[in-house]
Write a protein that binds this ligand. Sequence first.
Ligand SMILES: Nc1nc2c(ncn2[C@@H]2O[C@H](COP(=O)(O)OP(=O)(O)O)[C@@H](O)[C@H]2O)c(=O)[nH]1
Ligand SMILES: [Mg+2]
Length: 686
Amino acid sequence: MQQYGLEKIRNVVLLSHCGAGKTLLSEAALFAAGAITRLGKLSDGTTTSDYDPGEVKRQISLNLTMLPCQWQEAKINLIDTPGYADFVGEVKAAIRVSEGAIIVVCAVSGVEVGSEQVWAYSEEANLPRLIFVNKMDRENADFYKTLEQIQSQFSARCVPLQLPIGAHNDFEGIVDLLTMKSYLGSPAKEAEIPQSLQAQAGSFREKLVEAVAEIDDKLLEKYLNGEELSLEELSAGLRQAVADGKVVPVLVGSAMQSVSITALLDAIHDYLPSPEGQEVVVILGSDKQGTIEPNQDAPLAALVFKTSADPYVGKLTCFRVYAGGIDSNSQVWNEARNGVERIGQLFMLRGKNQEPVPRIGAGDIGAVAKLSLTNTGDTLCTQAQPVKLVPILFPESIFTEAVYPKSKTDLDKLGAALSRLVEEDLTLRVHRDTDTGETILAGLGETHLEVAAEKMLRKFGVDVELETPQVPYRETVTTSANAEYKHKKQTGGHGQYGHVLLELAPLPRGSDCEFASKVVGGTIPRNYIPAVEKGVNEALHEGVLARYPVVDIRTTVYDGSFHPVDSSEICFKIAGAGALKKGLSQGQPILLEPIVNIRVRVPESYTGDVIADLNTKRARVQGMNPEGGINVIEAQVPLAEVLRYTIDLKTITQGRGSYNTEFSHYEEVPPHSAQKIIAGRQAEKA
Ligand SMILES: Nc1nc2c(ncn2[C@@H]2O[C@H](COP(=O)(O)OP(=O)(O)O)[C@@H](O)[C@H]2O)c(=O)[nH]1
Ligand SMILES: [Mg+2]
C-alpha cells in the first residue's frame, strides 16, 4: 500500500454486543473493498479477523484485529474487537487509537447489554460513530423496533440514513435517504424507491434533513424557508454533525448477504473523521497536559496499543502514529523505558498477514517485530523531543485464580510463560501470595483466565490447572493460657536440655504477635531467651487447628530451667516451640478469616437482587448511594464468599454490574464453617 495523507485515513473501531456480526461484517467489508479475494467463514475459522486458534475453537473474537482496506482512495483501518465482556481490555485499546466507531446492533436481538456498554464507552471517548443494524436477512429481523430501542436506549441523536427494503427472506436492499435511491442486492444495483416505501422514506428523510440543518445556521435558515438542501450541503452538514456527535447515522443491512456493505464503506469515508486537524493530547507533568499537531513532518509520537507474543516470530508490537513517522530499519526513542529501540522491517497487519512497508506515517497504524524494551502503553518518539501520549485505561483485574503447573517441566517454564502472557495482555496480572504460597493470576473473568491458560499451553508449552485461590485464614487464641515444655534427652555423650514456661494472652484483632520475657533470677540464662523467641516465632507459622499462621497473641516467657552442660540454643528453641503449641491448644483457639470491603455498582433496578445475594454470602450491607441511576452498595463480606463474585454478579445483572474489593480486617470464622475448613485441611494433609 502507498503512503496516505492524514485526510485519507480513517481509523474505525467495530463495537457491539457479542454475536451482533462485527467479524462477519469486517470480512464482508474487506471483500467488498478488494482487500481479500475470498470471503472467509466463521464456522471453518477462515475469517481474516478470527484467525487465532482460541477464536476458531470458541467461534468468538478474543483479540482486537487490524483489518485495513482501501476505499475511495482512502485507507480505512478497521479494527475488529471482541464483544465478550472478559476481553474489554482489547476494546479499550482499539477505542484509544480510533477516530470513529461503528456500533453493530442485531436486528433480531435489538439493543443488548453489550450494546449499551459499547455505547457508553464511545460516549466516554467522544467517538463520532455510525450504527449498523445487521442481520436483516434473519427471521424476525425488525428494523423499526430496533430503531426505537436505539433511540430510547442510546440517544434520540440516532437518525436513519437508510431504510431496509423488506426483511428476512424478502430483504432486498436499502433506501438511501440522502440520494433517495434504492440499492438492491450485492453488488448493489441502483433503483427507484419502491412505491410502498415512498411515503415512509419521505418522512424519514425529513427527520434526517432537519437533524443536519440544525447544526448550521445557514442550512437551518434555508431549511426553514422551505428551500431544498443540495446533496453536497447535506453531505457536508452530516459530516460535521457526526464529527460533533450531534447526529449518529443509522445504517442497515446484512453482513451475511453483503447487503449495504459498500454503502457502509462510503459512510465511513464520507462521514467519519480523519486524523487531520485532530489535536493530540500529550502528558507534560503529573497533572499537566498539552497538545501537539498531527503533522507528517513533526517529530515522532506513536502509541503502542497492543503487544502479542508469537512463539515463532517473537514479540509483535502494534502502534498508532500520531505525529511524524517511523521508517523501517531505523531507531526510535522509548519515552517510558528511557532507551533507544531498534526498528526492523515495518508491517501493515491484516489479520495474521503481514505486508512489509517502508514507513508508517502520522495517522496510520503499523506493526513491528522483536522490539526489546517496548511494552503496550509506551510512547515511541525522538530522543531530541520526547513526548508522552495518554496511555490506555484498562479495567481492573478483579477475578483471580491460582495457577498450578501440571508437571515439573511445566513448573520450570511457568514464570517465563506468565511474564510473556502478562506482557501481551495488560488486563492480566500475576503475583505470588506470600500467605498461601500460591501463584495468583488475576483477570477480568473466568473465560479470560481459561483462554490465558490455553494460550500458555499453545504458545509456550506450559500446562496448568486453574483453581480457586486459597483463603489466607489465620488462627488465634481466645483466652489466656499457661504452658510448660521440657525438652530433655540423654543420648550417648552429653544430653539435651531446655525447659520453658510460657504465658499466652489474646491481643486485639490486627495486633499481630508480641514476645516478652519476664524471666528473673536467671532460671533461663539471658543468652537463651532469643532462642526461645525463635522457637516461638517459628511455631507461630502453623497453628494447632488447621496449620494456618497464628496472629494476635502475646507470648511471655516467665520461667524455666537449664542444665550447665546439656542446654543449648537449639534445646531452648525446641522447648519454646513445644510450649507454644501446648499453649495454643489450651487457649481455646479459633480460626480467623479475612473480611473485605466490597463496593458494588449496579443499575438501581438490580439493587434488591444484589443485596439478597450478598445476604446469602454473610455480608453486612453498610450503605447505598444512588449516583444517577446507578446504585453503589457498600458492604463487608468474608473473602471466602466472594472469590468468584465476578461470575455471580454477572449472572444477577446480565453483566451490568461492576465491583471492587479491598482487604479490611480479620474476624472469627463461624463455628460450623470452621469445622469444615479444619476437616478439609486434615484431609489435605492425609
Ligand atoms: N443471518 C445472519 N447471520 C449473521 C449476520 N452477521 C453475522 N451473522 C451470524 O452471527 C453470528 C455472530 O457473528 P460474528 O461476526 O462472529 O459476530 P461478532 O461477535 O459481533 O463478531 C455468526 O454465527 C454469524 O454467522 C447476518 O447479517 N445475517
Ligand atoms: Mg467477532
